[in-house]
Structures are given as structure tokens and as C-alpha cells.
Design a protein around this ligand. Sequence first.
Ligand code: HEM
Length: 112
Amino acid sequence: MSILASFLLFLHMIGLAGILAGVLMQLMTDNTKSVKVLLHSALLQLVSGILLVGVYEMADLADVNHMKIGIKLVIALAIVVVGFVNKRNPATKLAAAAGVLGVLNIGLAVFW
Ligand code: HEM
């Protein structure tokens, strides 16, 4: 079970990198794939996070801080929504918003 948790955390870190990569791609280049990178990474982050909580709770691997996870979940959902809107109508403001929310979630994950 702990190898599964490690694998999910690995995917969680890839998702994090993907969100920031998508944001920077969109802000710094005209690459049309940036919106997909951002949205798919946000979805990966959401799914890997939810599965991580499930595995941690099932295997009693660590105490999950439910308040922290709840707030991270809301922020991650907001990034997914922004990602969907940004895919339909790409806008630098939306990419920047996703970036700020992503960095906020990193801060919550690390400092709380
Ligand atoms: C943009 C969204 C997110 C970002 C940037 C993010 C970032 C991170 C980071 C950097 C860590 C590693 C923390 C450490 O090991 O010290 C982490 C761990 C974790 N994340 Fe996320 N996360 C996001 C969304 C979510 C969501 C939606 C959930 C669950 C609903 C979640 C659940 C977890 C869990 C269970 C861990 C491991 C235990 C812990 O450190 O609390 N994350 N996340």
C-alpha cells in the first residue's frame, strides 16, 4: 500500500509541475497546446490528490488534516474550472489565475 501512496504522490508532483508548466507556456509563448497542458495537469492533480487521501486513510499511513485537504480540494476544483474556461476562451488572465491558485495550494501543502 505504501508503494501505491508513493506512486500517487509521484503523480501529484508531476501534476503540480504540469500546472505551472502550462501556465508559463501560455503566458510566455503562443503554443496552442498550453491550455491542454494546464487543464489535464489540473485534472491529474485533483484525481491523484483524492486517491492519495483514500490510500492514506485506508492504509492508515498518515494522519490526514481534513481541514487542509478540504481547502486544497476547493482550490484544485477552482483550477479545473478555470482550466476548462481557459480551454474554451484562452486568456492570459485565466492562466495567471490558475498559476496563483496552484502556488497557493503548494503553500498550503507545505506550510500547514
Ligand atoms: C493544485 C492543486 C494541488 C497542489 C499544488 C498540491 C500540492 C501538494 C504538495 C506540494 C504536496 C507535498 C507536500 C509534502 O509532502 O510536504 C501534496 C501532498 C498531498 N496532497 Fe496535494 N496538492 C493539490 C491538490 C490536492 C487535492 C485536491 C488533494 C485531495 C483532495 C490533495 C491531497 C494531498 C495529500 C493527501 C498529500 C499528502 C499528505 C499531505 O502532505 O497532506 N492535494 N500536495
